[in-house]
Write a protein that binds this ligand. Structure first.
Ligand code: HH2
Length: 308
C-alpha cells in the first residue's frame, strides 16, 4: 500500500524543495513474522525496562514473571509493541557489558514469546545484544544511537529482516549533554536522522522497515526538546514513520514544574501534540493515559504533519 520506492524518493525530494509534506507511510513493516503496524491510528509502545538504574522505573520489571505481568498490563491498556531495554541510556549512565545485557534481555524476550505476548522490540545499541534478542523472537531493534554506536548493527537487523527504530542522539551518555549545541535544532536533527536512515538502508535494511525518532532529551536541552516537539512536522516530512519518546522526561518537568513521578499527564499531552504534527508511534510508560489523549487527538481530526 505504498508508492514504488523511486516515486516515493522523488516525493521526498519534491517535498524538500517545495517545503510541503509527502504522502505519509500507512504502515511500518516490522518482522520477520510479525504483521506490519498500521499507522492510521496511534501505535503505543509500552516500556519494559529490565535495568536496575533507569531514571523512572529502574529495577521494577527485571524478573521474567514481573516483566510478563507488566507486558500483559501494557497490552491490555492498548500497547501494540513492547520495548524491552537492558541498558539505561540516561546522561552519565554506566555502559553495561554485552554478556550482562544479553543476560538481562534475552530471558525476558523468551518469556514474552512463550506466552504469545508481543510483538517485542529490543532497546539496545549493541549488535550482539540485538542478534541474541532477534534470535529469541524480537521483531524490532530500537537503537538510541540510530545504528551509529555499533557498525555491525545495520547488517544484523538487515539479515534478520527486522524493523529498525532509529533515534537521534550525539555522542554517548557521558558526552551527550555537552553536544547539545545547535544553530537551529530541528533541521540539524532532521539532517542527521536522514543520514542514519540512509546508512541503515545502505547496510540492507528495507526502507519500509525504518522508523525515525528525534530523541527527546538525548543531546538536547529542555528548550531544544520542546522546540523539536513543536517542529516535529519537519521530521515527519522525511517520509518515514515517526516515533516519539517523551515519557516522564526532564523537558516535561521544566515545562510543568512536576517531578519525574508525576509526569504521565504531561507525557500524554506531549503525545497528542506530537500526533497533531504527524508522529504515529509513542514510547511511553503509562499506555492507558497516553492512549486516551491520543484517541481525542485522532477524533479531533488533526495529524496531517504538514511541514511549515
Ligand atoms: N528514550 C529512552 C530510551 N529509549 N528509545 C526511543 N526510540 N526514544 C526515546 O525517546 C527513548 C528510547 C530513555 O527513557 P527510559 O527508557 O525511560 O530510561 P532509561 O534510558 O534510563 O532506561
Amino acid at each position: 500500500d505504498r508508492a514504488p520506492p523511486g516515486l516515493e524518493r522523488l516525493g521526498v525530494l519534491l517535498g524538500d524543495v517545495l517545503g510541503t509534506a509527502v504522502e505519509p507511510p500507512r504502515c511500518w513493516q516490522i518482522g520477520p513474522g510479525a504483521p506490519g503496524l498500521a499507522l492510521d491510528r496511534p501505535v503505543l509502545i509500552g516500556i519494559i525496562n529490565v535495568t536496575p538504574d533507569s531514571f523512572s522505573d529502574g529495577g521494577r520489571y527485571s524478573a521474567p514473571d514481573q516483566a510478563v505481568a507488566r507486558a500483559e498490563r501494557l497490552l491490555a491498556d492498548g500497547a501494540r509493541l513492547l520495548d524491552v531495554g537492558g541498558e539505561s541510556t540516561r546522561p552519565g549512565a554506566r555502559e553495561v557489558p554485552v554478556d550482562e545485557e544479553i543476560g538481562r534481555v534475552v530471558p525476558i524476550v523468551e518469556a514474552l514469546g512463550r506466552r504469545g505476548l508481543g510483538p517485542v522490540s529490543v532497546d539496545t545499541r549493541k549488535a550482539a545484544v540485538a542478534r541474541a534478542a532477534l534470535a529469541a523472537g524480537a521483531a524490532v531493534v530500537n537503537d538510541v544511537t540510530g545504528f551509529a554506536f555499533d557498525p555491525a548493527m545495520g547488517a544484523v537487523v538487515a539479515a534478520a529482516g527486522a524493523g529498525a527504530l532509529l533515534m537521534h542522539t550525539r555522542g554517548d551518555p557521558a558526552t551527550m549533554d555537552d553536544l547539545a549545541r545547535y544553530t537551529d535544532v530541528t533541521p540539524e536533527v532532521a539532517a542527521e536522522l536522514r543520514a542514519r536512515a540512509v546508512a541503515a538502508e545502505r547496510s540492507g535494511v528495507a526502507r519500509e522497515r525504518i522508523a525515525l525518532d528525534p530523541g527527546f532529551g538525548f543531546a538536547k536541552t529542555a528548550a531544544q526538546s520542546l522546540r523539536l516537539l513543536d517542529e516535529l512536522a519537519t521530521i515527519v516530512a522525511l517520509g518515514y514513520p515517526v516515533a516519539v519518546g517523551p515519557s516522564r522526561k526532564r523537558f516535561l518537568g521544566v515545562a510543568t514544574g512536576r517531578p519525574v513521578e508525576d509526569r504521565d499527564r504531561a507525557t500524554a499531552v506531549a503525545c497528542a501534540l506530537a500526533w497533531e504534527r504527524g508522529a504515529r508511534l509513542f514510547r511511553v510508560h503509562d499506555v492507558a493515559l497516553a492512549r486516551e489523549a491520543l484517541e481525542l487527538a485522532r477524533a479531533a481530526g488533526g495529524g496531517g504533519g504538514t511541514a511549515r
